[in-house]
Design a binder for this molecule. Structure first.
Ligand code: GLU
Length: 542
């Protein structure tokens, strides 16, 4: 029975790498009949955002990664926000101080900087020099009164520490290479290292899955466990996921694309862009210089204004781009994990049933966006009509689509006409014309040129011709429309495109819409005729 936990620091939106860890937490617990706990590691008062924990939970739920114990659901180890557990940490810090396994120190940041520089000059790693005699309670009081920062450090032993990692086997660390690290900060909050070790014990966690970047922290954690008389859990440090340009998948990837787009437009009014993003012009300037990075909502608003697409990195980015949670789960499950199947399209139940921790890979994995798109296409096909409708409605609402209030019957027709779509965003995009009033259609100038005006208005002439045929049509159905359009094409010895594309531009303003027969049928003949008239009038007023 594996008792797992996902322990995000709520500093922003849930990153897809975090989602991958939460996924394996859930899979491992479900496979073995254990429980999956969610713990919010919010002891860093400078970095936490109040809404981030809520957003992380919403993202986990959207993915279907419901925790058994944690915020909002409760459990035997409440509270699950570390910021509310300070009494517990204080008790253990006192215990270590009394045992002589921790000590207070009062160095200012300038003094620490000098120590670091000295180590660098001597080409050594910085190791904090433990005082021969630990400060007394009176020393601590005095230092506080002088306004010095008071922190507590853990006394590491010089023993060799062996970390047993499921993925890497035994990893050995020499205690003498590690520095006495801080367990309590000057604001009285515990550090991540300390709170994490205490909570893993008290919350009964015996299986810690986390990113490879934490491997260096683990020997310190194991020493703390020994000093406090705690168990040591099993560890699995998952290898990194790389983006296609060879770097680590990072939230900064989005900001980078935005920055390049801004720099490519020297004529851009930065003041206006700042207003769109809801930030000050000075913030944009500092962003362009590389001094700071705006947060996700601001980045999104600016990208939308610039008409650029940013690479998805956070779970919510994938939602907004029209990915299904089923597809994202399937895809991230295969990053650095080999399920041992021929087939790659898997449901979460299949992943749970077949899970074997021996199947994790040691090497970094590649975030192949083309593959994710292919997975999404497959999962759209696999979902039941009812489920797809519900996902689509969530998408429309979550992105404030013009179609958000459409009725189910209409949305089902659209979904039916969208066979083979790769994303929900694509479906929305191709069906937007249905919800746009005829006189508000935004015509794509290039398409108008190519399909309607070229060759002396060949397309417009076709529209005039189509009008007559539509007026004469007796029964209206997808089938009847198809038969009619094909007959016209045949009679005029033209490809179907020469007939269908002008019609498409007339009703939707572009050459990208749902299949034409369904499009006309959904819109209705009367509206179709109105749009044909409107288009002719607009581009051929004589
Ligand atoms: N709060 C840590 C993080 O978000 C958790 C690391 C761990 O799982 O121990 O990286």
């Amino acid at each position: 029975m594996a008792q797992t936990r996902f322990a995000p620091s709520p500093t922003g939106y849930l990153h897809v790498g975090g989602a991958r860890i939460a996924l394996f937490d859930l899979i491992w617990a479900r496979k073995t009949g254990g429980k999956f706990t969610l713990r919010i590691e919010d002891t860093d008062q400078t970095r936490n955002s109040p809404t981030a924990a809520q957003q992380v939970m919403a993202d986990l739920r959207w993915l279907g990664l419901q925790w058994d114990f944690g915020p909002e659901v409760g459990g035997p180890s409440e509270p699950y926000y570390q910021s509310q557990r300070r009494d517990i940490y204080d008790k253990y810090i006192r215990q270590l101080i009394e045992q002589g396994r921790a000590y207070y120190c009062f160095d200012t940041s300038e003094e620490l900087e000098v120590m670091r520089q000295r180590a660098t000059a001597e080409k050594k790693n910085f190791l904090y020099v433990r005082p021969a005699k630990f400060p007394t309670a009176a020393d601590v009081e005095k230092a506080r009164a002088e306004g010095r920062p008071v922190v507590a450090r853990f006394c590491l032993s010089n023993d060799e520490i062996i970390v047993n990692d499921i993925i890497r086997g035994e990893v050995k660390f020499a205690g003498s290479d590690l520095s006495d690290f801080i367990i309590q900060k000057s604001d009285g909050f515990p550090t991540y290292h300390f709170a994490c070790v205490v909570d893993d014990e008290l919350m009964g966690v015996d299986c810690v899955i986390r990113g490879q970047e934490h491997l260096m922290n683990t020997p310190g954690h194991v020493m703390l466990q020994k000093a406090l008389g705690f168990r040591t859990p099993i560890y699995a440090h998952l290898p990194v996921t790389m983006n296609q340009s060879g770097g680590k998948m990072s939230k900064r990837d989005r900001a980078k694309v935005l920055k390049e787009a801004i720099k490519a437009k020297p004529e851009l009014d930065l003041g206006k862009l700042a207003t769109i993003g809801g930030i000050a012009e000075a913030d944009i300037k500092s962003f362009l210089k590389g001094d700071s990075t705006p947060d996700t909502p601001e980045v999104n608003a600016m990208a939308e204004f610039l008409g650029i697409e940013l690479p998805e990195v956070n779970v919510v980015d994938f939602f907004r781009s029209g990915y299904l949670p089923e597809a994202l789960i399937n895809f991230i499950a295969l990053l650095g994990y080999n399920p041992g199947f021929e087939k790659e399209i898997l449901t979460i139940d299949e992943l749970i049933a077949s899970f074997d921790p021996a199947r994790f890979n040691k090497t970094n994995s590649l975030f192949d966006r083309k593959k994710l798109l292919a997975f999404n296409t497959e999962h759209i096909k696999l979902l039941s009509e009812e489920k797809l409708l519900s996902r689509y409605k969530d998408f429309l609402k979550g992105t404030n689509s013009i179609a958000a209030n459409a009725d189910d019957k209409m949305l089902l027709r659209i979904l039916k006409a969208s066979a083979g779509a790769r994303t929900l965003a694509e479906i929305e995009h191709k069906s937007r014309f249905i919800f746009t009033a005829g006189d508000k259609i935004a015509y794509d100038q290039k398409d108008v040129e190519k399909v309607l005006l070229k060759n002396n208005g060949e397309g417009l002439a076709m529209l005039a011709e189509l009008k007559k045929h539509f007026a004469a049509l007796e029964t209206i159905s997808e089938q009847a429309i198809e038969t009619m359009l094909r007959a016209i094409a045949e009679e005029k010895h033209l490809g179907l495109g020469k007939v269908a594309q002008p019609l498409r531009v007339a009703i939707s303003g572009t050459t990208i819409s749902l299949p034409i027969f369904e499009s006309v049928d959904i819109l209705g003949i009367e509206e179709t005729l109105k749009r044909i008239d409107g288009t002719i009038l607009k581009f051929n007023p004589n």
